[in-house]
Structure formats: structure tokens, C-alpha cells
Design a protein around this ligand. Structure first.
Ligand code: GAL
Length: 666
């Protein structure tokens, strides 16, 4: 296994940016801070292979030996996310092309086309050379392939590969024409060579083509990962291989489908909000990563759902146009919130802040000020805290399953939808936020995942619903489960073709409603609801066909018409929410749905602003993580031993502002 029995603590270490004289100090400081794992070599291609086929490994030998002597393990990266200038000069045809047909130039990172044979060959060569030299190095704990797969390309290599992928998926052109509804706008294809990637075009592009391109490109990047992985596995099967996932709505990767292909799900998380939104996002990403890990382990057929926070920023939150300095204690809260949700540690970008380069002002454990700094002291305290939590194990307590589907996210963002504000990820985040504030543990699941043990299933705008998914949801509900589905769920099939007969298509009968018309709202518009709340983004003309009306629209053209309904289906219950309720209303609604499904919050007596996450392991009992996200002290009724302070808690934990406790419960 990649860990040394403790939780991992460390981050991206770039010794190639420093003279050798700094390396010994680095290792000494790492030991002082409790660092036990570092990623090395992630952007070091030009230092490792300064000319084609000429390798300079002497410096890396020295660094790995130094780290090993210091007891620090290494996640060795393959540097393939940043080809050297000689590669781009020799292979201009492997530089990426945008949808507008512009070929990008060298000068940043990630300037390659993942479908270009020259790139794939060069990437495999450097990965192979690293494997030959280091696969049995005693410091090696983990291979980290590439960095954040996420680039796209529209060059001719890509177009050819796209056609091959399409032929594989659809079999023949007739099936493709049918799936893409090419009868519309005279787009019928009579030869494969007529099909290109969805390049810039005159007006709205074909939704089927856009969706298949996203799927194809995710598979292409996955193939690039897999060929490196297979080579590294072959060199030493005992060393696990992973790649770090980058998150964001622009990312062309279906992380869930990749999860079975990595030995360890590893995610990078950089919240984009400065306020409590950063904690909400942290909770969501931790739950997502755990969901992917669980899904992946089922796919591989092993029993580990471990995952790792591979990168995070120690002391900054990057928002558009500004870096926000994290308040004291926040780095620890964010890190432990990930650990609470199953991360095997907390890793950072980066170890030491560089003097130059594009990211010279990015956050680091050793900032420009050096180790005599608040950041380094807090990092050292975090290292100690993480090592006190080595015993934490087991499953996160969660009675709610929230469905996430990358393809639905891609399809909802296609042009030509009735609103440009439709967003599966935003709907997922809104539902998760409501559950988080209401105090319920939540697992992220994928369509088709087992639902045993969950009392409530939430579908946040699950736009693409194929027949199997509809059946999966139906069997869950009729078998006694509780469902809450939001607007646009069930509306389209797997090719993004609209299901006829009234929305929400595949789920109409289960939800006991029929929708004939949408009423998308303007950006600054909201609709009033009869329970005093408001709705945004979307509203509908909804006719119950068996469901009971819980909340109606109030005022405007929809005055008095149903907004939220509940339907008894088999021995289960199905709620339908036809708008995006404001946060307080959504929280009340999900609280009611959860309670009526028989659930209680993780820590029912926790005051507002205190987050509670419980882990349970059959052999060991339980651990309760408590986070005070407020700026006042909070008292939380609980019993156990606080592992962070090694003190017994008989009645209640006193959490200072921004404080954390981790109780071993008895
Ligand atoms: C990550 C990336 C790192 C670094 C970091 C800066 O997404 O993997 O290499 O760029 O962002 O925040």
C-alpha cells in the first residue's frame, strides 16, 4: 500500500527548481513538519530528458536517496503534462488545436494533443525510462501519472480517432444518424470522413455530436493514462498507480468511469469561494471522491475505497482576480474535513514557493518568507494532528445517496437548451449544500450503483436517463425507498434525445406528475412559493397524475399551480421539485424528506455552523469529527476521547472558533 501506516502529509516537491544546496534543508524541514509523502518530478521533463532520448537522472537519484534517508516516501510523477520545448519544435503537429482551428504554441504547460501519436510515443518513452530506473527504489510508494488530465484538441489526429470511436460506439452510420437526429438541419452523414470534431460552426452545434465528443475525449485521455499505467505496473506490480483528478465544470473527463482504472482515487481540490462556501465545497468534493473510490473498487472487484486529497492550497483560496489568504485554522479544517470523508491524508500544492515561473505567488507550505512563518507553523501543527489520527478507519455514516452523472452535466450545458443556466453540477451542489446544512451524511452514487442501506435517493437534474437508470430508480422507490428528483431529471435518453409524452419523461409515472411547459426564469428573476420560500432558474406547468401537491407557486402566471409534489409509488415515496428552491427552503425540504424516510442528522444536537461527520468500522467502533465553522466558541454534546488533544470528553466538546475535535466514541 502507498501509505506508511499513518495518514499522508506532504505535497508537490519540485527540487529541480532549486540548487542542490537547498535539498538537505528541504528534507530537514519536511521531517520537522511531519511530512511523510511528496510528489516528485511532476513538471520535470525538460530536466529529465534535455534532448530526445538523453536522460539525466543523476539529480533525481540524489533527491530520492535524500528523501529515503529522511524517511519520506515518494509519489513519483511522470512529467507528461509539460513536454519540453524540443518536443514541440520537433513535432509541431502534436501541438493542440482549439475549436476555432487555432494551433496553440509552446510557452505554458499542457501544450500537446493527447491523440497525437508523437506525443503518446514520447510520453511512454519518458515514463518507461523512469520505470526502468526507479520502479524498485525503496522511497517509491506510488506512481502519479501525468498531472490533471483535462486538455482538449480538435486537430486531425483527434478527428480520425473520433471517427474510430464513433464507429465503435454506434456500429454503423445509420445508428449514428439516428442517435444524433441528423434529420434536423440536413446533417445526415453518408460517409465517416464527413464527421469532424465539434469545431467552431455557424450556429448551434448538434447536441449528439457534442455529447459524444465529450465521451470520446474522456476515453482518449483515459487511454493515454492506461498505457502509462500498464507500463508502470509491469515494472513493479507492488507499486500502486494513480493520476490526480482536476475538478471543474470545464473538465472533459468522466472521473467516475476512470475510478476503476486507478489504484487510488486522487483529487486536487481548490475551493473557489471565500466564505462558508469553501467549507461547503470541501464537503462536496470529499463526498464525491469517496463515491468515485467506492464505485471504482466495485469495478475492480477489490474492497478498498481509499482515496487521497493529492493537492490543496495551504494558505490561499484563489477566486477570480484575487488570492484570498486563508484565516488561521482554516487549512487544518479543510484538511481534516477531507480526512473525515475518507481521504488517506492531506497533500498540498506545493512544498516550497518558487522564486519565478507562472505560479510564483501560489500557496506553499514553505512560503517565500521561509519556515519562520505562520503558514509553516500551522503546517507543522497539521502534520502532528494528522499523525494522531492514524487509527481512524471505516465507512462514513450516510443515509442519503445523491446521484452524480458527468454526461448529464455535459448535455445540460449544450447550447439550445431553454435556459443557459442549467447545470447538473450546480444542482448537485445545491442539494448537497442543503443536506450538509441540515446535518445529514451523504454518499455520492452513480446510476446503477447498489442502493442498499440508503433511505433517500436524490436526483439533481439527472437529465440523461436511459432505460436502465429509469428501472434502477423505479425499483428502488417501489421497493420502499424515498426519492427526491428535481426538474429536468428523466427528460432525455442517453443520446440527449427528448423523451416524448410529457416531462419528466422516464420518471413521469413514478413521480405521478406530467409537465407540459417550462417557464425558465431570467437571471435576476424568482418565483414565490406558497410556503414562503422562493424558486430560481426554472419553473414549470405541472399537472399531478397521482401525486399530492406539497407546495404551490404563488403569484405570477403560475399562481396556485403545483411546484413541489409527493407521490406514493409501490411502497415508496417520490418527491418532485420543479424549481430551484432558495437555500433555506431547500434545506427544510430535504430535512423533511430525510426525516420522513426515517433518517436523523449525524449529530442532532450540534449547533448551527458546526459540521459533524461520523466514521464507523465494525472492529473499532466509531469516530466523530466536529468542525466549528463559526467565529464563536461552540459546545457540542458528545462523549469519547478527543484524539487531537488526547483528553476524555464526558458530556460535551468545547470547540473554539474555527476549532476541530475528533472523538473516538465508546
Ligand atoms: C493545480 C495543479 C498544480 C498547480 C495548482 C495551482 O491544479 O495541479 O500544478 O498549478 O493547481 O493552484
Amino acid at each position: 500500500m502507498f501509505s506508511d501506516g499513518r495518514l499522508c502529509f506532504g505535497g508537490d516537491y519540485n527540487p529541480e527548481q532549486w540548487p542542490a544546496s537547498v535539498w538537505a534543508e528541504d528534507v530537514a524541514l519536511m521531517r520537522q513538519a511531519g511530512v511523510n509523502l511528496v510528489t516528485v518530478g511532476v513538471f520535470a521533463w525538460s530536466r529529465l530528458e534535455p534532448a530526445p532520448g538523453r536522460y539525466t537522472f543523476d539529480w533525481l537519484d540524489e533527491v530520492l536517496d535524500l528523501l529515503h534517508a529522511g524517511g519520506i516516501r515518494v509519489a513519483l510523477a511522470t512529467p507528461t503534462a509539460s513536454p519540453p520545448p524540443w518536443f514541440s519544435a520537433a513535432h509541431p503537429g502534436a501541438l493542440p488545436v482549439t475549436a476555432d482551428g487555432v494551433r496553440l504554441h509552446h510557452g505554458s504547460r499542457d501544450t500537446y494533443c493527447a491523440a497525437a501519436p508523437a506525443y503518446r510515443t514520447a510520453a511512454l518513452a519518458i515514463a518507461g525510462a523512469l520505470a526502468d530506473r526507479y520502479a524498485h527504489h525503496p522511497a517509491l510508494a506510488l506512481w502519479r501519472v501525468h498531472n490533471e488530465y483535462g486538455t482538449t484538441c480538435h486537430c486531425e489526429h483527434t478527428a480520425r480517432a473520433f471517427r474510430r470511436w464513433l464507429a465503435d460506439r454506434h456500429g454503423d452510420l445509420a445508428a449514428l444518424n439516428d442517435a444524433w437526429v441528423t434529420s434536423f438541419w440536413s446533417q445526415h452523414y453518408s460517409d465517416w470522413t464527413q464527421i469532424s470534431t465539434p469545431r467552431a460552426t455557424q450556429y448551434l452545434a448538434n447536441p449528439g455530436q457534442l455529447l459524444d465528443f465529450r465521451r470520446f475525449w474522456s476515453d482518449t485521455l483515459l487511454a493515454a493514462y492506461r498505457e502509462q499505467r500498464d507500463l508502470l505496473h509491469a515494472a513493479n506490480p507492488a507499486i500502486p498507480v494513480t493520476t490526480n483528478y482536476v475538478l471543474g465544470d470545464w473538465v472533459p473527463v468522466d472521473h467516475a468511469r476512470w475510478a476503476g482504472e486507478v489504484d487510488l482515487v486522487a483529487v486536487d481540490h481548490y475551493p473557489s469561494a471565500v466564505d462558508i462556501g469553501a467549507e461547503e465545497q470541501t464537503a462536496l468534493v470529499g463526498d464525491l471522491a469517496r463515491g468515485w473510490a467506492r464505485h471504482g473498487s466495485r469495478h475492480r472487484g477489490d474492497a478498498t475505497s481509499a482515496w487521497l486529497l493529492m493537492e490543496s492550497a495551504p494558505h490561499q483560496i484563489h477566486t477570480t482576480g484575487r488570492a484570498h489568504t486563508k484565516e488561521p485554522g482554516r487549512m487544518t479544517r479543510h484538511s481534516l474535513a477531507h480526512v473525515a470523508r475518507g481521504s488517506q491524508g492531506a497533500m498540498f500544492f506545493q512544498w516550497r514557493a518558487p522564486v519565478g515561473g507562472a505560479e510564483r505567488f501560489h500557496s506553499a507550505l514553505v512560503p517565500h518568507a521561509g519556515p519562520d512563518s505562520r503558514v509553516f507553523r500551522e503546517a507543522t501543527a497539521l502534520g502532528a494532528a494528522l499523525h494522531r489520527l492514524a487509527e481512524v478507519d471505516g465507512q462514513v455514516e450516510a443515509g442519503v445517496a445523491l446521484v452524480v452523472d458527468a454526461a448529464s452535466g455535459w448535455a445540460l450545458r449544450h447550447p439550445g437548451m431553454p435556459s443557459d443556466r442549467l447545470d447538473h453540477q450546480q444542482e448537485t451542489a445545491a442539494a448537497h449544500r442543503a443536506l450538509w446544512h441540515a446535518g445529514y451524511g451523504c454518499d455520492i452514487v452513480l446510476p446503477g450503483d447498489p442502493l442498499t442501506g440508503y433511505r433517500l435517493l436524490v436526483l439533481p437534474a439527472l437529465y440523461l436517463t436511459d432505460d436502465d437508470t429509469a428501472q434502477w430508480v423505479g425499483e428502488y422507490v417501489t421497493g420502499g425507498g424515498h426519492l427526491l428528483a428535481t426538474y429536468l431529471s428523466g427528460v432525455a435518453d442517453e443520446h440527449a434525445r427528448v423523451r416524448l409524452g410529457g416531462y419528466p419523461g422516464a420518471l413521469r409515472d413514478l413521480l405521478g406528475v406530467r409537465v407540459e411547459e417550462f417557464h425558465p426564469l431570467a437571471a435576476d428573476d424568482q418565483v414565490r412559493l406558497s410556503d414562503g420560500g422562493t424558486g430560481r432558474i426554472w419553473a414549470e406547468t405541472l399537472r399531478p397524475t397521482g401525486a399530492q401537491v406539497i407546495t404551490a407557486y404563488a403569484g405570477g402566471v403560475l399562481d396556485g399551480q403545483p411546484a413541489i409534489t409527493r407521490h406514493r409509488a409501490g411502497s415508496g415515496t417520490a418527491w418532485y421539485v420543479s424549481t430551484r428552491p432558495d437555500d433555506a427552503t431547500y434545506r427544510r425540504l430535504l430535512d423533511e424528506a430525510a426525516r420522513s424516510a426515517g433518517l436523523t442528522p449525524v449529530c442532532p444536537d450540534a449547533p448551527a455552523g458546526v459540521e459533524a461527520v461520523r466514521r464507523r468500522a465494525a472492529a473499532h467502533g466509531g469516530w466523530l469529527f466536529l468542525f466549528n465553522h463559526t467565529d464563536t466558541p461552540q459546545r457540542v454534546p458528545a462523549r469519547g476521547t478527543d484524539l487531537l488533544t488526547a483528553t476524555a470528553v464526558d458530556e460535551a466538546v468545547q470547540l473554539p472558533p474555527g476549532g476541530v475535535a475528533v472523538l473516538r466514541e465508546h
